[in-house]
Ligand binder design. Sequence first.
Ligand code: ATP
Ligand code: MG
Length: 329
Amino acid sequence: KKVIFSGVQPSGKLTIGNYLGAIKNWLKYQDEYDCYFCIVDLHAITVPQVAKDLRRNSLEVLALYIASGLNPEKVTLFIQSHVSAHTELAWVLNCMTYMGELNRMTQFKEKSKKNEANLNAGLYTYPVLMASDILLYQTDLVPVGDDQKQHLELARDLARRFNNRYSPTFKVPEPIIAKVGARIMSLQEPNKKMSKSDENENSYILLTDDPDTIRRKVKRAVTDSYNTVKFTDEQPGIKNLITIYSKLSDESIEDIENKYEDKGYADFKKDLAEVIIEGLRPIREKFEDLMKNKDYLEEIYLEGANNAERVARKTLRKVYRKVGFRPRK
Ligand code: ATP
Ligand code: MG
């Protein structure tokens, strides 16, 4: 069975970007593949987090995974900090990663601009921890948004580097990046990707936003003065809204353009809000139910961690042996 690994940071509530760019694409693999979907809390602390929010967000991300359609009977859902092999492998890989490689990472450059007061080494080596997440499970495929492409490339390089320096140890993972929706843009600055950690809450729509909030955010979404519903780079705001419409309604981009040919942005936005509300309704309802049953969620992540740990330990043991660490007994 082929292995799939992916994750989301509990650095906030999940946006439709996380859903359309990542989680929605995970659903189709759960029957045929051996899937690991992680809540990457170790990654989340690379930018400042409030402890009690982080604790809650980790549980909410798990609930949203399940509410989005992941079946815990079929896939392994777990919290990264519960499996210490992630940090242990990350150390070994850190010692094989060149600073030049990390200096090139665009996410680091962007996030460090926003966190100049707290430029920590963890943010810098984030891609190495991500490589460890993936390589520990001998992952074949990594379904992620377009923003993670560069990090995936590093994971592949590190796998090859280790395999060459020692002997074949890691599977070299392949990315799977959706064609439409791989990069959902900010509703306020359509040249920037939508991010759950954006300080402007009008820039994103959360999976848990209520209908009125969704209507308000869509209404405020930045557009342009063309007043034509066209999917073109000249109209990045509208282009993004069409993408969202298409992904949530399963209507083609062409059909949407035709449908709104003689209509203005107000009509388009009004319908889009309803498309989003209806598209997210089942997720939000399931999520609210799940959050009432904390015991159940705790059981899921405990079992997930036990599963994940078994596999991760096996890989880590090999790595430790190959680099020359003496076994304890
Ligand atoms: P943060 O702002 O804290 O980095 P984020 O919204 O970027 O949060 P991540 O946890 O970094 O979310 O990424 C989780 C997954 O969601 C990754 O697979 C990533 O590629 C995908 N993703 C994130 N933002 C978008 C987006 N705007 N469009 C499509 N996919 C996205
Ligand atoms: Mg991110």
